[in-house]
Every structure is written in C-alpha cells, then in structure tokens.
Design a protein around this ligand. Sequence first.
Ligand SMILES: [Zn+2]
Length: 276
Amino acid sequence: MKTYFPSDLKCVVLLGVDFDGPCHEVGRGIAPLGIHSWGRYSAKRGVPRHLEMFQRLGVPCTFFVPGYDAEQYPDLVKAIDSSGCEVAAHGYLHEAWEMPFEEEEALLRKTNDILGNLLGKQVLGWRSPSGRKSDRTMQVLKSMGYIYDSSDKDYDLPYRLRFSDGAGGTNNLIELPNNTYSLDDFPFYKFSHTPPSEVRDQWIDEFEHIYNSDGFFVLTVHPRSGWGSGTPSRSRAFEEVIRHIQQYDGVRFFSCAGFAQWCLANPHYLEEACHT
Ligand SMILES: [Zn+2]
C-alpha cells in the first residue's frame, strides 16, 4: 500500500464547519426570518454547541465564516478564534452566483478585511461558498497572504495547486479538496432526509476506508437548523464520528491552516497539479 504521509501520521483528519448564518438568505434577497431563519440558529445554538464539543474532545477545527455573518456576530467569531479553532473566509454573502471578476475580488478583499480586523490576525484560508472559483480567484487569495484553498473536489489528497499568476508565470497554493457529497451533512439532510444515526454510520464507513487507503479525511458540516448539523441529535452524530476516529492509531486532527503549514514544511509529500 502506498504511504502518502510519514509513518507516524497514518491519517490526517480535517473538520470544517461552514458557519453559513443568515448571509445565506440575505444574499439571495430573502429576509432571514420565520422559515428562513435557519442561519440564525447557526449563530445562536449550532456554533456554540460545536465549539463546546471541540473543546471537550480536544480537537482543532476550522470555521469558514462569511464576512456578513462576522459583521452580525463579531463576539461569536472572536470566541471561535480565542477557543483555538481557526477562522477562515467563506465569501461575504455566501455568493454562489456568477459575477464580474472585479466584483468577486472586491468581496474577497472585503471579507478578508472584516475577519482580519476583527481578529487582529492574518486570514490563511478560503473555501468557496459555492465551489465556484477561477485562477483569478486564486491570484487574489495569494496576494492577500492566504496559504490554502479548500474548494476543489477533484482528488483524495492535498496537493500544490498551480495556477496562472496573470503575468505569464505561475504561482501556487495548498489545495485541500473536500468531498461535498458523502462527507458533508448538506445532501443527507437536505435531499435524502437521512436519520442522524445513518449519517453517522456513513461517515464512519467513509473514515474506515480512507484510514486504510489515502489517509486524508475531510468532513464538512453546517451548524444551521433545517439542513444543517447544529441541532442536538445531529450534533451528537457528528460527535460520535469524532469519538470513533479518536480510537485509531496514527490519526491526527489539524485545523486546515495547521495542516497547510505542515504541507508547506513537508512539500515532498505533495503532488503538484493545475486545474486543467
Ligand atoms: Zn457555505
């Protein structure tokens, strides 16, 4: 069996929480009230519940936070950071629509300023709120000092993403691909209405296969009510997955930035690829 990481690092585990508060509705022109208030649950209950759980279990995590949500809930975003979890960028209004590049760049920089000024530190990573991105997106992230992107779905391992620098050369970022179908709560709770215990079993099954193969496990959850994992029984399912993983030898939990820094320090373990 091919070993991708050092022998004492059998499996890397990255837990990503996409904050996805009321920005989700506001960005679509919907008042985040009544049936559309699922995002506010994220801020009021889901994120605090997940934060408490990460601290109790002693695992790091990355919260991908849209700029608008950080403006609405600055104290909560500061609490995420002071708990030791990472705060990374996730759009301003969770923009999932096509837009001119200049508008995209302005929103990337706006969110970077909001998070950077709020926390007094450099933001290191980004996850596209829709999966939409381009080489120009990567150029902006690089220019702002980001070290990783976690938006692509094209591989089972981290890699060095090479992209055009827009001036005839190339540049690169660490890419941490995520699997937004079987290792994401959204499809299970939005489309198939899968019971939490079955979601838990699916994620454990995925983990066991990854543990015995590539050793790179990236799980994405959303702390909203509605289609998210913020509510008690779904949070419990998430916790049971983490507890299960913690029993295995050679597993190490990282924040996304922590692992991207490990990748930069250990470049020989990573392949290099471009988008084509
Ligand atoms: Zn999102």
